[in-house]
Design a protein around this ligand. Structure first.
Ligand SMILES: Cc1ncc(COP(=O)(O)O)c(C=O)c1O
Length: 393
């Protein structure tokens, strides 16, 4: 079966074009290891946009490459200013007294904050099913994973606030990693939900590390609510950057926004100790272009994702989409197939030819589900549906 259908006709002004599977840097050995051998596997398992990236960003990168000089380049003040203006413009978030620090990755920021805020053996709260890196980061730091799983009512996920309160009140539970919007279930937490989290954490002296890397990816009429606009005081840090929105994980830096002086000092000291902030000239060029000129492309990406969500509303064999409010990740409920966690992964690749992230990777609560990237052109989504329909159950 071929997944390379002719591209859908697109209007001339289209900004978000199709990206052929060949151009993605999928490692065939890794694909085979994870999903088994199948030549026509359609990989939609990594959280990044599988479309032509924003032209202002790729133009800036191309121009930077053509410049032919790649030495030390100081990060201009302008990078922070553009990020601030972007946040203000897109989310109504005015960053005033907070400090903005750069960090090579979200994972680095989480690791450094855990190091600062906890001792070995202390607990870090996560809300599975949740992004796969959180647990290994906690475990690698020799800290305890405190689980406050989300609740699924068959349509929608919510937070288990009682459970959250119970784990937070454990004296050695010191940090909560909040994922907003939530990868993989696609919730964009409301102000009320965030206020409840903030209250529980404040009462129990738990520091909130808010991973807001999917902030820009809110669908429909929803709004991203920054933790900064909800929490009183300074026991929080928010993690941002253009890596998910603009598909720049391979070149770009991320940011930590916080008004916590100890966190600022700790991150600065880590930078001095480990030289974390040698600027990558490409990341400077890409970040500046993304935040100054990426709006139109992002708007079109968001409407493409929203259209793809519509397409996925009608799936075969009792398979159901958990309708996302944000992110470009579709969390799909395959439990009607009655397969075990590993069997489902095997069925998806062997029967349907799809390389999706099996739900149990995100925690045991994810068993029976799978995550699929839907920042793709609609023809790819139609191909997915065709494959699922043709797969034998
Ligand atoms: C919620 C979330 N945080 C962090 C990351 C990865 O960030 P980094 O590669 O900068 O560690 C991802 C990537 O998918 C993500 O979904």
């Amino acid at each position: 079966m071929s997944h390379e259908q002719p591209p859908e006709p697109r209007p001339e002004h289209a900004l978000v074009g199709r990206l052929s599977v060949e151009r993605r840097a999928e490692n065939p050995k890794l694909l085979e290891q994870l999903f088994g051998q199948r030549d026509d596997l359609l990989p939609l398992w990594i959280a990044e946009p599988y479309v032509e990236l924003a032209a202002p960003v790729t133009d800036a990168l191309t121009a930077r490459a053509a410049n032919g000089w790649y030495g030390y380049e100081t990060r201009p003040r302008e990078t922070r200013d553009r990020f601030m203006r972007w946040m203000e413009r897109r989310h109504g978030w005015t960053i005033e007294t907070e400090k903005m620090l750069f960090s090579p990755s979200i994972g680095t920021s989480i690791a450094l904050l855990i190091e600062m805020l906890t001792e070995p053996g202390d607990g870090v709260i996560i809300q599975p099913p949740v992004f796969t890196d959180f647990k290994p980061l906690v475990v690698a730091a020799d800290r305890r994973v405190d689980r406050a799983p989300l609740i699924f009512d068959g349509d929608r996920y919510t937070m288990d606030l009682e459970r959250l309160e119970a784990v937070a009140s454990e004296p050695t539970s010191k940090v909560m990693i909040l994922c907003n919007p939530h990868n993989p279930v696609g919730r964009v937490w409301t102000r009320k939900e965030l206020a409840e989290v903030a209250e529980i954490c404040a009462k129990n002296d738990v520091f909130i590390v808010a991973d807001e890397i999917h902030a820009d990816l809110v669908l429909g009429d929803g709004s991203f609510i920054p933790i900064a606009s909800v929490v009183e005081g300074d026991r929080w840090a928010a993690l941002h950057g253009p890596i998910k929105t603009f598909g720049l994980a391979g070149v770009s830096d991320t940011l930590v926004v916080t008004r916590n002086r100890e966190a600022v000092e700790h991150l600065r000291a880590a930078d001095r100790r480990l030289h974390l902030n040698r600027n990558n000239v490409f990341s400077l060029a890409a970040t500046a272009a993304a935040y100054a000129e990426g709006d139109a492309w992002l708007d079109e990406l968001l409407s493409t994702i929203a259209g793809n969500v519509e397409l996925l509303n009608d799936l075969p064999h009792g398979i159901r989409l958990v309708v996302p409010e944000g992110t470009y990740l579709a969390w799909i409920d395959f439990r009607a197939l009655g397969l075990g966690a590993k069997e489902l992964a095997g069925w998806l690749s062997a029967e349907a030819g799809l390389a999706l992230s099996p739900g149990h990777w995100f925690g045991r609560e994810g068993a029976g589900f799978a995550r699929m990237t839907i920042a793709v052109d609609p023809a790819t989504i139609k191909e997915v549906i065709t494959r699922l329909t043709a797969a034998s159950v």
